[in-house]
Design a protein around this ligand. Structure first.
Ligand SMILES: Cc1cc2nc3c(=O)[nH]c(=O)nc-3n(C[C@H](O)[C@H](O)[C@H](O)COP(=O)(O)OP(=O)(O)OC[C@H]3O[C@@H](n4cnc5c(N)ncnc54)[C@H](O)[C@@H]3O)c2cc1C
Length: 282
């Protein structure tokens, strides 16, 4: 790694957990000491090279073993297109199931990230098929998509564990809600369904209004809600929620591709705003 890259990594460490499994698990122990739990994502997406897909799968298996050995309070999140979905559904589901099986041996939970709209059907199909064999899995649902409320209504009665986000991908005409107001309104609607029908789920947002709404719902419903936030975006708020006795999971991306990841996220308008605010406000 050149000098410039090393300096860049020092800066990027606010949002990424390092480049290796060792560095990432060290970061998990640090966050655990502060009372937060972790969700690791090994950086990589849209992979069309089978050797890279195999490498990604292998890194997750080593990560699971290290988390298990060191008893870190950490789960993992995998992306369908890093496990082979751009190559074939068969490749994806076989790698996904292999990871879930390894995780279940260590009692570790595996989240399935949700990517762009063209992958949703395959992602849901793989999740529901795997849920018939393993219970240590959850799935991300994006409130930006018009279909999401009905997806949640289909998933939850089947025992799905949902992580609700707004959605990080571009608008797609009729498929998406295209204004912040609509996305937030749908988030609230989906969240209400989760509180009233699901036993366990994650509210993954940095938005004060939605976090306060979730806390209000929690006082009325009997379900177990946990919060999820991206590493470095609102660390003070995350710690405050821990102090108030909420479970908070910090999503920690790590891996050699940290530069690509950081640059891609900075190019996305909404993400760059989150990152800029996190530099100045913490
Ligand atoms: C745990 C986790 C997992 C995720 N997984 C996925 C996934 O699988 N697929 C996917 O598409 N997306 C995923 N995302 C990303 C998500 O979809 C959003 O793009 C991202 O979280 C930004 O949306 P937001 O809900 O935080 O709120 P935004 O609409 O971006 O707004 C944030 C609001 O929070 C407040 N705010 C933000 N930063 C600050 C600050 N520093 N100080 C004060 N106030 C602030 C402001 O009120 C602002 O309006 C994930 C996010 C999280 C947290």
């Amino acid at each position: 790694m050149g000098l410039l890259q090393r300096v860049g990594l020092v800066f990027a460490r606010k949002w990424v957990g390092g480049t290796t499994v060792e560095e990432a698990v060290k970061e998990a122990h640090r966050l655990n000491r502060e009372g937060e739990k972790v969700i690791f994502n090994y950086l990589g997406e849209d992979l069309t090279d089978i050797s890279k897909v195999e490498k990604n799968t292998g890194v997750y298996i080593s990560l699971l073993e290290k988390i298990g050995r060191e008893k870190a309070k950490a789960n993992i999140a995998v992306k369908p297109t890093q496990l082979g979905l751009c190559i074939s559904y068969k490749s994806f589901i076989s790698n996904y199931e292999g990871i879930v099986k390894a995780a279940s041996k260590h009692g570790i939970f595996v989240w399935l990230d949700m990517e762009d709209h063209q992958y949703i059907n395959d992602t849901l199909t793989a999740y529901l098929a795997t849920l018939k064999k393993y219970k240590n899995i959850g799935i991300c649902i994006q409130s930006k998509l018009r279909r999401s409320y009905s997806d949640i209504k289909r998933l939850v009665p089947n025992g799905a564990v949902v992580r609700l986000v707004k959605g990080a991908y571009k608008n797609h005409g009729n498929l998406t809600f295209n204004s912040k107001e609509e996305v937030d309104k749908n988030y609230k609607k989906c969240m209400h369904y989760l509180f009233s029908h699901s036993k366990y789920f994650m509210i993954a947002t940095h938005d004060d209004k939605l976090i306060n709404q979730a806390i209000e719902f929690q006082s009325k419903f009997n379900s177990k809600m946990v919060f999820g936030m991206l590493k470095g975006i609102r660390p003070k708020l995350a710690l405050q929620l821990v102090k108030e006795h909420h479970d908070v999971y910090i999503y920690v991306p790590f891996g050699e591709d940290w530069m690509e990841y950081s640059l891609r996220r900075l190019k996305e308008k909404e993400h760059s705003m989150l990152i800029l605010r996190s530099i100045f406000q913490g």
